[in-house]
Design a protein around this ligand. Structure first.
Ligand SMILES: [Zn+2]
Length: 141
């Protein structure tokens, strides 16, 4: 779980469910939460980048407010993630490239507004998942 977490780039976040999928235990979402909550090296393994799918920070060894502050310092737009989540949008796809990913993915952020499409699940999108970040493995949010 820590190695999957360490692959999340700065400025991006992923839901707990994504980590669970990455380690091949899609139902182990709570276990991911507690494992990351015990992260012995929070400065080396960026567990702060793993959040709830609704864009709320979730638990952190330094506390939820610190977690949110770190994410915002890394330019993660949690406000946007929350607004999208309220509208049941957890993935953003590009009409032109046919690629879908998490809203904070570098590639998703580059999609021009006119070509942005929001989706609840990757399956719903029928777009190609972003190659580097493998959002398809998260299935649903
Ligand atoms: Zn991506």
């Amino acid at each position: 779980m820590l190695s999957a977490t360490s692959r999340i780039p700065p400025g991006q976040n992923r839901p707990y469910a994504w980590v669970a999928q990455e380690v091949g235990r899609p139902k182990a979402v709570r276990a991911v939460g507690s494992a990351l909550g015990r992260n012995p090296v929070p400065l080396l393994i960026p567990c702060h980048r793993v959040t709830r799918s609704d864009g709320k920070p979730g638990d952190h060894v330094f506390g939820a407010p610190a977690k949110e502050a770190i994410l915002r310092a890394e330019q993660v737009n949690l406000t946007e993630v929350r607004e999208l989540a309220k509208a049941r949008i957890f993935y953003i796809g590009s009409e032109t490239t046919g690629i879908v990913c998490f809203p904070t993915c570098h590639n998703a952020r580059r999609i021009t507004p006119g070509h942005r499409r929001g989706f609840r699940t990757v399956g719903q999108a029928s777009y190609r998942p972003c190659r580097h970040r493998r959002p398809a493995l998260a299935g649903t949010a």
